[in-house]
Design a binder for this molecule. Structure first.
Ligand SMILES: Cc1cc2nc3c(=O)[nH]c(=O)nc-3n(C[C@H](O)[C@H](O)[C@H](O)COP(=O)(O)O)c2cc1C
Length: 189
């Protein structure tokens, strides 16, 4: 049976390596929120660090700034409609977990909701924040990292439905990778 396995903080960099779409969950006091984010990346291996660009107008920006915690949850195509909705509506309009039929589950290390239906989760403490242009870049230190064994084993298992994470192309177009290639180096002999 498929199981969610706890990984090391450095696996957060591998989870974000191919640029998957994320659902950023946050909490401030008793209020919880979930927001779609495409602008995310690993930025350091030692220590492991990731970054996400969040516009100051987002409710998520307010919650992450005030709590100094957030989680990245990674959806597959099964959650396409919910992920799209969480990127169009603000938590100011109502409870996005309920409106998108997503299940809020307790995080492992932090007082945060995770999206239960997602195949991987990275819980982060904010260790830096810098404004670049119109977005602020929040730097997160991974404190707990979890992934479904059917979806991720040292790399995303993109050949399977469970491991085919979403990538944003533009507007309402998304994509999923379907094939992995393994590189070899030709020798001179
Ligand atoms: C596919 C997609 C990707 C998005 N990526 C980001 C992002 O990386 N950063 C950001 O600030 N907003 C991004 N957005 C916009 C926010 O998700 C959107 O403004 C959302 O309503 C904010 O929710 P909130 O106010 O509840 O935090 C994205 C939207 C979509 C549809």
């Amino acid at each position: 049976m498929a199981e969610k396995i706890q990984l090391s903080p450095s696996d957060a960099t591998r989870l974000l390596e191919p640029g998957p779409l994320g659902l950023i969950t946050s909490r401030f006091r008793s209020a919880e929120n979930v927001m779609t984010a495409a602008w995310m990346m690993p930025i350091s291996l030692d220590p492991p660090l990731i970054a996400v660009a969040i516009h100051p107008s987002r409710l998520t920006h307010e919650y992450v700034s005030k709590s100094e915690f957030f989680a990245v949850n990674i959806p597959t195509a099964e959650l396409l409609a919910a992920a799209h909705r969480c990127g169009l509506e603000s938590g100011r309009q109502g409870d996005k977990f309920a409106r998108s039929r997503l299940t809020a589950v307790d995080a492992v290390a932090l007082d945060l909701p995770l999206v239960g239906e997602c195949v991987a989760h990275v819980e982060c403490g904010v260790v830096g924040r810098t404004a670049f242009g119109d977005h602020d870049l929040f730097v997160g230190e991974p404190l707990a990292v979890v992934a479904l064994d059917e979806a991720f084993n040292e790399r995303w298992l993109v050949e399977t439905d469970a491991g085919r994470v979403l990538h944003h192309l533009r507007a309402d177009y998304y994509a999923g990778l379907g094939r992995a290639y393994r590189a070899t180096l030709e020798t001179d002999e």
